[in-house]
Design a protein around this ligand. Structure first.
Ligand SMILES: [Zn+2]
Length: 268
């Protein structure tokens, strides 16, 4: 049984065939999926999806959506967390964080939303699901100032030292489609060498396609888009982790699912 610790099942890319996507995931043994919100507009959607399919969800405002978010959205988040804090399927505050890669995002505004949401996670006793993109040190600084009860640094792409600091603060690190590219040297090295208790698997679907779905820039110019990633790809993505660790597929499923439940304790 597999756990996809990060999948945007509410994304419009799945509007046409969402139930079939879920059915394919379940058919290959992906029995648990964590659906993080990205903005106030999907708070209700992710909760309904999690309940409909027996999955888990998180509520938060993603750094890329901060530009369009308001103070009222933070108030709404606090209200929704208060309303659903006893819902066992609500497992974290997320997806929150900082993105210093995408151009044109206001760093100060991102920081404001990140800090405000760390405070909410602390108030409601929930772990956090973090978006890390050229921002590991600043995220860690926030966590030291406003400690939370751990969580997951999703699509982790920092250094070994930054990884260790997240682990020391009670975090697991999320790995997905990027692992399947031979050229992802740093991420593959981390996945091979970090303590086994620190690793969780994710698809980040519909994003971060594994190499067999990926199209190069030249192919995209020819009009062939990268195919949509989906949670049913998780077991095949996991083969890369199994090979790097020398684990069997069964071990890989068991270890990464256990780790996800340890990070997002309400899934236990
Ligand atoms: Zn995400």
């Amino acid at each position: 049984m597999w756990t996809d610790s990060h999948c945007h099942l509410d994304a419009p890319e799945f509007d046409a065939d969402r139930d079939a996507v879920v059915a394919r995931a379940k058919a290959v043994g992906v029995s648990q999926i964590v659906i993080p919100a990205v903005a106030a507009f999907d708070f209700d959607t992710v909760r309904e999806l999690a309940h409909r399919h027996g999955f888990a969800y998180a509520l938060g405002i993603h750094p890329i959506y901060v530009t369009r978010a308001s103070e009222q959205d933070l108030t709404l988040l606090a209200d929704k967390l208060a309303e659903h804090v006893d819902d066992p399927r609500l497992v974290a505050v997320g997806e929150i964080g900082l993105d210093f890669f995408v151009p044109g995002l206001d760093a100060e505004r991102q920081q404001h939303f990140y800090t405000a949401q760390l405070k909410l996670a602390k108030r409601f006793g929930l772990p956090v699901i973090l978006h890390v993109r050229r921002s590991a040190d600043q995220l860690l600084k926030g966590l030291r100032r406003y400690p939370v009860s751990g969580g997951i640094a999703h699509a982790f792409n920092g250094s070994a030292q930054q990884a260790q600091t997240f682990i020391d603060l009670g975090f697991k690190l999320g790995f997905g489609g990027t692992l399947t590219f031979e050229r992802s040297l740093q991420i593959r090295r981390l996945a091979a060498e970090l303590p086994e208790s620190a690793l969780v698997l994710e698809t980040d679907a519909p994003d971060i396609p594994p190499h067999w779905l990926y199209k190069t820039a030249a192919e995209r110019v020819e009009g062939r888009d990268s195919a949509r990633n989906e949670p049913a790809e998780l077991p095949r993505i996991a083969e890369s982790l199994a090979a790097l660790r020398g684990w069997t597929i069964e071990q890989t499923a068991a270890i990464t699912s256990t780790n996800c439940r340890a990070a997002l304790r309400r899934m236990a």
